[in-house]
Design a protein around this ligand. Structure first.
Ligand code: NDP
Ligand code: MG
Length: 389
């Protein structure tokens, strides 16, 4: 039995992970669940999966949870970052799936690593903020970080244990999002509703907007650097609208290995749970004849500057990726509120990066300080770019 704790169990990835548990009840057991504010769904999940421990983001959410009622034997691990740490470091958990949105799970991921647990990582923001700290801790503790993000999961499958020495290039595929092919001028007027219509994947709101700006791919470039130990110039992005090839690895002899599959996150989640084994999956088979043509194009970084900004942050390293991530979260939230336009998102990020003098970020405390300052500054920049109604 693999005993799993899920951070973000009420979200898109979290619910897919519980579907994987349902399909493999003889192999996987849920021992911990954490969520943000959806107490009704967490209560239903707790009743069904009988975890040892649960946590929620706020005291109000915990109050609602206790009002609904929890089974005897389900402990409440607390709120906020402490609650996430309690669930992630519960002694009965072997694998911690980090699938909460935002960055509150950073301390929890580190706590799980210190306890020697395998990390199934969906949340890319954690590696963008503190990739060096997290991967150093995992190496020191001999803990595996198995990526759930479909591109990195594909690369993990293709590499099959090979290290950075064997890699010439990683090729990350991007669907291109709902606005693929639009010019910068056309993007001025797009709405949040249109940006939330992703052509191939159903995901949470923040990552769906990141997919529309291509910042998602930018964050994934930084994620790939930390997971696979390759330099920025070894990571290439190609737009592949069909989302059939989930990513590729070019080895030093020029051979390119690809992983193909249906667009269903249950597959990479199950791989992260089963690794190093393989389990059968109750998913539809990929119909290649129906997929038809597979296309690959260079990304348009003039219309979608976020990808360029992410490369810039990775190349400058130190604290600049923290600023990129913080400013992006603020800008995306403001865009979703209807306060700023779509093309203001990269403007907020670029101005925040331009204003920042990079510093070393050797500890979580320094990461959190840079993050807080960058968020405050990005709020000011976003206020200056607000749409006139
Ligand atoms: P969702 O918005 O659908 O879900 C987010 C989850 O996190 C919810 O369960 C939410 O709880 C919970 N949450 C939010 N804040 C906190 C907090 N402070 N403490 C505890 N739980 C919290 O997002 P996704 O599932 O789409 O994405 C989750 C992560 O996985 C992101 O980092 C994303 O980049 C990554 N990812 C997602 C993919 C996808 O296909 N969806 C693909 C690759 C990566 P509640 O709803 O109860 O408030
Ligand atoms: Mg991805």
């Amino acid at each position: 039995m693999k005993r799993i704790a899920i951070l973000g169990s009420t979200g898109s990835i979290g619910q897919s992970a519980l579907a994987v548990v349902d399909a493999h009840a003889d192999r996987v057991e849920v021992v911990g669940l954490a969520a943000g504010s959806n107490a009704d769904l967490l209560a239903a999940q707790a009743a069904r999966y009988r975890p040892r421990i649960v946590a929620m983001a706020t005291g109000a959410a915990i109050d609602r949870l206790t009002a609904i009622g929890l089974e005897r034997g389900v402990a409440i691990g607390g709120t906020g970052r402490d609650g996430l740490v309690a669930v992630a470091s519960h002694p009965d958990a072997d694998v911690v799936l980090c699938a909460s949105s935002g960055t509150d799970a950073l301390e929890a991921v580190l706590a799980a690593i210190e306890c020697g647990k395998t990390i199934a990582l969906a949340n890319k923001e954690v590696l963008v903020m503190a990739g060096g700290i997290v991967t150093d801790a995992a190496a020191r503790r001999g803990v595996a970080i198995v990526p759930v993000d479909s591109e990195h999961n594909a690369i993990h499958q293709c590499l099959h244990g090979r290290g950075a020495r064997d890699i010439r290039r990683l090729i990350l595929t991007a669907s291109g999002g709902p606005f693929r092919g639009r010019s910068a001028a056309e993007l001025e007027r797009v709405t949040a509703d249109a940006a939330l219509q992703h052509p191939t994947w159903r995901m949470g709101r923040k990552i769906t907007i990141d997919s529309a700006t291509l910042m998602n791919k930018g964050l994934e470039v930084i994620e790939a650097h930390w997971l696979f130990g390759v330099r920025a110039e070894q990571i290439e992005v190609v737009v592949h609208p069909q989302s059939v090839v989930h990513s590729m690895v070019e080895l030093i002899d020029g051979s390119i290995l690809a992983q193909l599959g249906v667009t269903d996150m249950r597959l990479p989640i199950q791989y992260a749970f089963s690794y190093p084994e393989r389990w059968p999956a109750p998913l539809a088979a990929l119909d290649l004849a129906r997929a038809g043509r597979l296309e690959f194009h260079a990304p348009d970084t003039a219309a979608f500057p976020c990808l360029r900004l992410a490369y810039r942050a990775l190349e400058a390293a130190r604290s600049l990726p923290v600023v990129l991530n913080a400013a992006n979260e603020i800008a995306v939230a403001r865009f979703l509120d209807g306060r700023i336009g779509f093309t203001a998102i990269p403007q907020v990020i670029e101005r925040a990066m331009d204003a920042h003098a990079p510093v070393e970020v050797p500890t979580i405390a320094t990461v959190r300080n840079v993050d807080a300052a960058a968020r405050a500054h990005a709020q000011d920049i976003a206020r200056g770019l607000e749409l006139k109604v």
